[in-house]
Design a protein around this ligand. Structure first.
Ligand code: GAL
Length: 644
């Protein structure tokens, strides 16, 4: 059973204490039940080293708790106070150009710094001992948005030393490392681990195997950093432990971090992400400027449901214009409600808005809250309160069964292709997201799968584009799988050390396909497909005994079948992706739709939702093939059908 709830992010240290009770009462009146606090408050908890001032936090928690709110307490480790740098002058991460990053914003630390890790353990223990059994503290958040502001890869001496230790543990001997990386090339062989540096600042490109190991190491450092906190918290509390991840962040393996946490959460800023992190062109951005990309939120909801092993939240939900994207429009009326319902449709337990009151000072003074700086209601508040009313006294919903479509997402592949894109536009997230969009356009529900998923039996269709190297577990799962699997492009194209596999890509005998050559395509260089649409960005020249079921206009195999496996020998553009995903679903025996842009569907055993992301009404009954539905859905419209 999932109990849906709303919440808000609050900074008691930003406001006079006399204002807290009224704030708490207004939150409760609006129907909010969770309040996250504390994650940036270190300078007020410990103004100088060892001088702990927790009395105000005691009172803030009591005030919020007594108003009926449940507190998510954040550890403040994303914002070490200025004095911390005097204690640990070498704790800053270094950028790729070899410069330390400065104090004066946030996330100014190196994941590898042992001294800073010990400080994080210390403050976490202090908070855990004091609040671990506090009845109002019902969840914990570790740090804040690992990786945000490009903070995972650090090129500091501290990171270099930790990397050498990591390499020694991974490879055992330097000879083994030389062999694995292929260091005979360009006389790059090392005589000892002590000689190995970081892959930045080399004369020309560094060995891709060097980069891949550095990225793996950097991801492991995030996992280890987080684990320092979870181990301490576990000893003092039984409340769930959560981290708030971000959108389109691939620098660390969220599945690995998530294994140490109880709930995954993410910070959902649809309009900021559309402006800041979309590969789509100007026309698309203009069409969705006040609504957000119709698939970006859902993708992350499904991703973080997987990272949280079924349990996930939106920890921060955009409530109005943000301050950090190139352009910051206001949401179309109704979108704050739509985004909230969409999260619930994908299984969120909570949606918390960021933030309660807009701050009149500092970096985020231009970022909307649920209240304006003078404490009046901002537009987002009414929409949040509307969802609270709509949840009413029946906020529970059945837990979800698996979807019928599984889409693999593999962080290591993102690192492989960031290291060796072989063409400027080859980006792993972009490729997987394009497949996701194609599946959503067909009206399908999707589970995101980690790359070592052992059991594919719940799925009729499994899609795995761009998986650089198969995990042994996934190979075995595929061999047992009786549904339809769509693999490629560029899947099985590498070994774990970035070499070309001896068996040649896609390195899967059952596919009876060999990728003999590849090429990346420049904008304007798309190659039409005989069935419609084109390959853009990437295409492969293949041979083998598999059956060619579609070709490119220049006569090469585009789609190959071998038993229940399909291999895609290129990167389909939008129209081709839409068509090919529908076709794959049909081959898997799944009914499909052909939804207009803007209209999206999400169905679970308990409910079916229709969402309109378009700024104009869209037809509903006709594309849904269901005459019982309304003929159209208004802009920002949500139509919910409760089953049974
Ligand atoms: C998030 C962050 C918040 C706040 C917000 C502004 O990325 O976690 O602290 O900065 O963005 O949109």
């Amino acid at each position: 059973m999932i109990r849906r709830a709303l919440g808000v992010c609050y900074y008691p240290e930003h406001w006079p204490e006399s204002q807290w009770p009224e704030d708490a009462a207004r939150m409760a009146t609006a129907g909010l039940t969770w309040v996250r606090i504390g994650e940036f408050a270190w300078s007020r908890l410990e103004p100088t080293p060892g001088d702990l001032r927790l009395d105000w936090l005691d009172r803030a928690i009591a005030t919020l708790g007594n108003a009926g709110l449940r507190v998510v307490l954040g550890t403040p480790t994303a914002t070490p106070p200025r004095w911390m740098l005097d204690r640990h002058p070498d704790m800053l991460a270094w950028d790729r150009d070899g410069r330390p990053r400065g104090f004066g914003s946030r996330r100014h630390y190196d994941f590898s710094h042992a001294g800073y890790r010990a400080e994080c353990a210390r403050i976490t223990r202090i908070l855990a001992e004091r609040y671990g059994a506090n009845p109002h503290v019902a969840a914990w958040q570790t740090d804040n948005e690992y990786a945000c502001h490009d903070t995972v890869l650090s090129y500091s001496p501290v990171a270099a030393a930790a990397f050498r230790q990591w390499l020694a543990a991974r490879h055992g001997t330097v000879e083994a490392l030389n062999e694995a990386w292929g260091n005979v090339f360009w006389s790059m062989e090392y005589n000892s681990f002590d000689q190995i540096g970081l892959p930045n600042l080399t004369v020309t490109e560094a060995n891709p195997a060097h980069w891949l190991d550095f990225r793996r190491f950097s991801s492991d450092q995030v996992v280890a950093f987080n684990r320092v906190q979870t181990e301490i918290l576990r000893a003092h509390t039984s409340a769930p432990l959560i981290h708030n991840y971000m959108g389109r962040i691939t620098e660390f393996d969220h599945f690995a971090t998530g294994a140490d946490l109880d709930v995954a959460s993410w910070d959902n800023y649809p309009l900021g992400f559309l402006e800041d992190r979309s590969d789509e062109g100007e026309a698309w951005k203009a069409a969705f400027q006040r609504q957000g990309d119709p698939d970006f939120q859902a993708f992350h909801h499904d991703l973080y449901r997987a990272v949280g092993r079924g349990r996930w939240w939106v920890m921060e939900q955009q409530p109005g214009p943000v301050n950090w994207a190139p352009y910051n429009p206001a949401p179309l009326p109704g979108m704050v409600r739509l985004w909230t319902w969409e999260a619930f449709a994908h299984g969120a337990e909570a949606v918390c808005y960021f933030r309660w009151r807009q701050a009149p000072f500092a970096q985020e003074a231009m970022h909307a809250g649920l209240l304006t700086p003078d404490s009046r209601d901002a537009p987002g508040l009414a929409e949040a309160a509307q969802v609270a009313r709509e949840l009413g006294n029946r906020p529970e919903v059945e837990s979800f069964a698996a979807a019928k479509v599984g889409l693999v997402f593999d962080y290591a592949s993102a690192w492989a292709w960031a290291t060796q894109p072989q063409g400027r536009d080859f980006d792993y997230f972009r490729l997987v997201f394009a497949a996701y969009r194609g599946l959503r356009q067909a009206g399908l529900d999707i589970d995101i799968l980690p790359p070592d998923t052992a059991d594919l039996a719940p799925y009729a269709l499994v899609v795995a584009p761009g998986v650089a190297a198969w995990t042994p577990v996934f190979r075995a799962a595929l061999a047992r799988f009786e549904g339809r699997a769509l693999l490629g492009p560029r899947s099985g194209a590498k070994t774990e050390h970035m070499s070309i596999p001896a068996a040649m890509p896609p390195d899967l005998p059952a596919l009876a396909t060999r990728v003999a050559r590849v090429e990346s395509l420049r904008p304007g260089g798309a190659i039409p497909l005989t069935g419609g649409g084109a390959f853009h960005i990437w295409r492969e020249i293949t041979d083998g005994a598999s059956e060619v079921v579609e070709t490119t206009a220049d006569g090469e195999a585009a789609v190959r079948h071998a038993g229940n496996l399909t291999y895609l020998a290129g990167w389909p553009d939008g129209p081709a992706m839409r068509r090919l995903m529908r076709a794959a679903a049909a081959e898997a025996g799944l009914p499909t739709l052909d939804l207009p842009d803007g209209l999206r569907r999400r169905s679970t055993p308990a409910e079916t939702f229709w969402f309109n992301y378009a700024a104009h009404p869209v037809p509903l009954a006709a594309p849904a093939g269901d005459p019982t539905l309304p003929a159209e859905l208004a802009p920002a419209g949500v139509h919910r059908v409760v089953k049974g």
